[in-house]
Design a protein around this ligand. Structure first.
Ligand code: NAD
Length: 494
């Protein structure tokens, strides 16, 4: 059911009736943990929606031990059985998708129209995809000398820790949990302390669906809890999505502990390149979506918009118009438009970036703080121009609804500008010239190049970065590389 099928009051009524449990999920059930408890405040309306139990190092130990105990038996279950458990979980997520969508909207402020139609369907599709992949991936029989046969098989690595951010809480969690479990690992998931409630509910549903106790644990807390996982001597893999700053710390933690394998999906500063021959109206609408969707809190947000000079004015006018569709509105209202940013503190920091852009360049539109339903975590999308290409707004991640527009004169210059950041997550390219597509896409240093669209993504295609956007890939069958190792068994018979 889509977010627009419920009248505004219905979602509000359901939100008032919602009771969320913020206790960790360890060894198959909810538990009180050793650390403090913290209020969970909804950025959508400023109200408290739960209390989060913060996990101490001893709770992390308990979760890792539970995961270690069950993993060999989980991996040894016939493929068909593991697949059935994950498919049952997908069905259960689907049955509970409105409850989960509402919880996500309240927890992080994104519109119910998006959590019902994008986030939850994405989570369910991810579990189904990896469940179905279990009995469809086979090993290899490489060429060997006469008298020998080599079997190459993929084996699970053991205990996977997954540390995830707050911008797509359940979706990004599913990108890691589903392939890790499908491959026969057990998981200790640590959601962001700002967005833990849907992951905890998912663990409840997984237990009901027949996932053995301890195969999926959810430890709650912030940097301290994450640090305990990263330094743990009995965690085999750490799959992370978050900032480049924390990714660096995880590399050190792995080196200082047990050399656990890392897959790091980190920050980004991605560009849209608009050539003069593009469909300018379509490009402007999608460029606005690329920069402002999810309140601009997207790692692959194309927040730098590079435009060929002859169409700069016409395109910028269309972009400012298209930005109107992303003005903030009540996230439970069921209409189009943006929701709240993750918190008042984060909104303050994004507003500071807008002030800086306005001081050093020109604010063409938006950028005002708005109060909606008792919360001031709402911002009009801001379009800024007139900044040097080396201005921090061109090179640093803002993680909010702020787009910078900049002209270019040649294809070479466009590629050079797009590549001139330390990140390499995504790029979007707008042109009708297919030869230019081939040339330019090949030269852009980005994990995904979307041509005549933005932020193209599917469960079937790999997602991840180059340079300081990290390494490893989420989604597609390539995600299994993060959670498995190849084993060669050499049979000498001749
Ligand atoms: P963050 O790096 O602050 O936190 C991410 C996770 O790491 C959270 O669960 C947090 O509690 C945990 N954490 C924080 N400090 C830690 C430490 N020292 N040790 C272990 N764990 C620690 O990121 P965020 O603010 O939650 O999310 C925004 C960032 O995530 C942005 O930089 C964005 O680009 C990035 N992101 C990347 C992708 C991608 O696929 N590349 C996707 C979404 C978000």
């Amino acid at each position: 059911m889509s977010g627009t099928d419920h009248p505004r009051t219905d979602w509000h009524r359901r939100a008032t009736a919602l009771a969320a449990d913020g206790r960790a999920h360890i060894g198959g059930r909810r538990r009180d943990t050793g650390g403090r408890r913290e209020p969970v405040v909804s950025p959508a309306n400023g109200g408290q929606i739960a209390e989060l139990g913060i996990c101490a190092a001893a709770d992390v130990d308990r979760a890792v031990a539970a995961a270690r105990r069950v993993q060999p038996a989980w991996a040894a279950r016939p493929d068909q059985e593991r697949k059935e458990v994950l498919l049952r979980l997908a069905d259960s997520l689907e049955r509970h998708s409105e409850e989960l969508a509402l919880l996500e909207t309240l927890d992080i402020g994104k519109p119910i129209t998006q959590t019902t139609t994008v986030d939850l369907p994405g989570v369910i599709a991810t579990f189904r995809y990896y469940a179905e992949a279990i009995d469809k991936c086979s090993g290899a029989l490489p060429s060997t000398p006469p008298g020998a046969t080599a079997l190459v098989a993929r084996e699970p690595l053991g205990v996977v820790a997954a540390i995830v951010p707050w911008n797509y809480p359940l979706e990004i969690a599913s990108w890691k949990v589903a392939p890790a479990l499908a491959a026969g690992n057990s998981v200790v998931l640590k959601p962001s302390e700002q967005s833990s409630l849907t992951a905890l509910r998912m663990a409840d549903l997984a237990a009901d669906a027949g996932l053995p106790d301890g195969a999926l644990n959810v430890v709650t807390g912030g940097a301290e809890t994450g640090t305990a996982l990263a330094a743990h001597m009995d965690v085999d893999v750490l799959a992370f999505t978050g900032s480049t700053r924390v990714a660096r710390e995880l590399l050190v933690a792995s080196g200082r502990s047990n050399l656990k394998r890392l897959a790091l999906e980190a920050g980004g500063k991605s560009s849209t390149l608009v050539f003069a021959d593009a469909d300018l109206t379509g490009a402007a609408e999608m460029a606005a979506a690329g920069a402002f969707y999810n309140q601009g809190q997207v790692c692959s947000a194309t927040s730098r918009i590079l435009v060929e000079r002859p169409v700069l004015e016409e395109f910028t006018r269309a972009l400012v118009k298209a930005a109107q569709a992303h003005r903030p509105t009540d996230p439970l209202g069921g209409g189009a438009g943006n929701g709240a940013l993750i918190s008042t503190a984060h909104t303050d920091s994004v507003q500071e970036w807008i002030r800086r852009g306005k001081a050093d360049g020109e604010l063409l539109d938006g950028g005002r703080r708005v109060e909606i339903t008792g919360s001031d975590a709402y911002l009009e999308p801001a379009v800024i121009t007139g900044l040097g290409a080396d201005h921090p707004l061109h090179t640093e991640e803002v993680f909010g609804p702020v787009a910078v527009v900049h002209p270019f004169d040649t294809e070479d210059e466009a590629v050079h500008l797009a590549n001139a950041t330390r990140y390499g997550l995504a790029a979007s390219l707008w042109t009708e010239d297919f030869r230019r597509v081939q040339r330019t896409a090949a030269r852009l240093v980005a994990g995904t190049v979307s041509v005549n669209t933005v932020d193209a993504l599917s469960v079937t295609t790999p997602f991840g970065g180059f340079k300081q956007s990290g390494f490893g890939r989420d989604l597609s069958l390539h995600a299994f590389d993060n959670y498995t190792a190849l084993k060669t068994t050499w049979l000498q018979w001749g």
